[in-house]
Design a protein around this ligand. Sequence first.
Ligand SMILES: C[S@@+](CC[C@H](N)C(=O)[O-])C[C@H]1O[C@@H](n2cnc3c(N)ncnc32)[C@H](O)[C@@H]1O
Length: 264
Amino acid sequence: MENIEIITTKDGSIGLYNKELDEIYHSRQGAKTEAFEKFIEPCLILDKKPLKILDICYGIGYNTKCAIENFNSIELIDCVEIDLELAKKSFEFEYQSTKNINQIIEKNLKNPDFIHFYFDDIRKVIKNLDKTYDIIFHDGFAPHKQAELWSEELISEIIKKLDKNGIYCTYNHSKPVLNALFKTKINIGKNIKENRLIGTIASFNSNLIQNPLNNFEIGMLKTKSAITYKDKNLNSNHKEIVNLRENEIKNSTLETLSHYLKKN
Ligand SMILES: C[S@@+](CC[C@H](N)C(=O)[O-])C[C@H]1O[C@@H](n2cnc3c(N)ncnc32)[C@H](O)[C@@H]1O
């Protein structure tokens, strides 16, 4: 926790900043707003039955808290977070709501009822999860800080845990991540809010995708800029993964993005 600074974000909710990584955990525009717009709102369409949710990179649990606040019925939430100390304090961070959500989190941390915590590296946890989920939140730090959270291999394992009528959600809309999703043959959509692209959703059920990638955007995934991060055995470190990708880009005969953009 000594590397973590508490900040107040623009919607008044508390956010965190990691000094060591020089990276924020939550958008400065609003931690709570971000959770709602990027993770909950795109999944409200599924709020018709008790939901099974996987929250990858739980942090202090905004996405889980916002899910409890907004969905009518949740069957279970599995949360994965490598920083045990941080997650165990998550109920101490104020979350304004008419429901007493922090109390629910605290109770479940001590005595898991419907929220289950896995305090480990998602790369170790993912293969051992024995169910599929209606909703998967993927909220890792950005690839330029933690490429290991966005590899083609990890994304493929994550998507294997998605129900065929489920929705995968992330704030990330970078080309290597879209391409990793594309390789799983899932339908990919843009999360657009007030004409701004704020994230990505994916589902095997194309009826659940409001703004699918168009042919031009799919074409971009065939350029060098969309070369994915590789982590074959799910145990490489950030630097190894980034170096591998840089080498692959250097030796690749794929078209560059700028050439593709000029041509189209
Ligand atoms: C952007 S923050 C997530 C914010 C969080 N969703 C919230 O609402 O507070 C990224 C989180 O990923 C966690 N993390 C980093 N590497 C991880 C890994 N390999 N497996 C699981 N969690 C990891 C970090 O400790 C951090 O809490």
